[in-house]
Design a protein around this ligand. Structure first.
Ligand code: SF4
Length: 300
C-alpha cells in the first residue's frame, strides 16, 4: 500500500509528504501544512495555510482506513508538524486509532523544537503512554549562525533542550541533518555544531540529506543568506565524513544516508560502524564522480 492507493479512498490535501520510512504505512492527515512554515530552504508547504482538521473528519478517515486495512501496524500523522496539535486532540486521536487498529504498534509524526518546547514533560509522557512512539525531527544544522540565516526560529540550545525533553519522555527520535546547509563559508561550523547536537542528545535514528533548493525558494533563501555558496558533491561528502568523524554518541544510533538527494548511499550502526562508514566515504571521495549516484537518479 502506498500514498497513491490510499488516495483512492481518502481525500488528501496535496502536497502530502511523509518520511521515506513511512512509505508503506497508513497516513492520516490531522493537520494541513506546517504551523511555522518559515524556514527559507523549505518549500514543502508554501502553497498551504496551516489548519487543524475537525477531529470528526479525521475519525471518518480512520474508519475508512480501518475497514480496508484492519491489520495495519504503523500510522504516520501528517502534515508538517502534527505535534503542534493540542495535547487533548492528540490523545483523543491516539485513543481512536488504538481502538480502530487492533494490531497498531507505532504512531509517528513530524515534530519541531517549538512543538516540543510548547508541551510540558508530562504532556509528552502522556502522549508516549497513549501510543505516540516516534517523532521525525529536522535538526538541519547545529550552527546558530546558520539557524539564523535559514530563519529556523530556534537556536542550538533550544534544539538540544527539545530533543532531550522528547527522549526523556520516552519518545524515539529520527533526526535529519542537511549536508551543505552552511554553504562553503559556514561548512566547518555547520558540521562541528551539528555533531555537537547529536553527541549531546539521544536520537535513535539519524540521516543526512543533501541540500537542494527549489526555484521558488531561492529568492527568500538568498535574501537572508546572501553569502551562501552551494557545495559540490565531493565537498558534501567531505562534510559528511567530518560529521561522522566527530560523532561520539553515548547511545546506539541507526544511521542512514539513503535519501533520493544523497550522492552516496550509506547505512550502519553508530558508534560501532563509524570507522567503516568513514572509510566508505573516503573511498568514494578518492574515486570521485564515478562512485556517486548519477544526478539523473536523484531528487530532493
Ligand atoms: S522545515 Fe519543517 S518547520 Fe521548517 S517550514 Fe519546512 S516543514 Fe515547517
Amino acid at each position: 500500500m502506498d500514498v497513491h492507493s490510499l488516495d483512492l479512498m481518502i481525500e488528501y490535501s496535496y502536497p502530502l509528504y511523509r518520511p521515506p520510512a513511512e512509505a508503506d504505512n497508513i497516513i492520516i492527515q490531522a493537520t494541513y501544512g506546517c504551523s511555522y512554515n518559515n524556514c527559507t530552504f523549505c518549500s514543502m508547504y508554501k502553497t498551504k495555510s496551516f489548519e487543524v482538521r475537525d477531529i470528526e473528519d479525521v475519525f471518518r478517515d480512520v474508519d475508512t482506513l480501518a475497514k480496508l486495512y484492519p491489520d495495519a501496524r504503523k500510522i504516520f500523522l501528517a502534515d508538517g508538524d502534527a505535534l503542534a496539535l493540542d495535547t487533548n486532540y492528540l490523545l483523543k486521536l491516539l485513543s481512536y486509532l488504538k481502538q480502530s487498529f487492533v494490531k497498531l504498534g507505532r504512531v509517528s509524526l513530524y515534530a519541531s523544537a517549538q512543538n516540543i518546547l510548547n508541551k510540558s514533560s508530562q504532556e509528552l509522557e502522556e502522549l508516549k503512554e497513549n501510543g505516540l512512539n516516534l517523532i521525525y525531527y529536522g535538526v538541519e544544522t547545529g550552527s546558530d549562525t546558520v539557524l539564523k540565516k535559514i530563519t529556523k526560529g530556534v537556536n542550538q540550545s533550544e534544539i538540544i533542550e527539545s530533543l532531550n525533553k522528547a527522549s526523556d519522555a520516552g519518545l524515539k527520535i529520527s533526526a535529519t541533518v542537511i549536508l551543505g546547509m552552511g554553504g562553503i563559508k559556514y561548512s566547518d561550523e555547520h558540521i562541528k555544531e551539528s555533531a555537537k547536537i547529536i553527541n549531546e542528545t539521544k536520537v535513535n535514528y539519524l540521516s543526512t540529506l543533501q541540500l537542494g533548493l527549489e526555484e521558488e525558494s531561492k529568492e527568500k533563501f538568498y535574501k537572508h543568506f546572501s553569502d551562501f555558496e552551494m557545495l559540490s558533491d565531493t565537498e558534501l561528502l567531505q562534510e559528511q565524513k567530518k560529521f561522522l568523524e566527530l560523532l561520539n554518541p553515548t547511545n546506539k544510533i541507526i544511521f542512514r544516508s539513503n535519501h533520493a538527494s544523497n550522492a552516496l548511499h550509506l547505512g550502519g550502526n553508530l558508534p560501532r560502524e563509524k570507522d567503516r562508514l568513514v572509510q566508505e566515504l573516503e573511498d568514494a571521495i578518492n574515486v570521485g564522480e564515478m562512485a556517486f549516484v548519477p544526478r539523473m537518479f536523484r531528487g530532493f
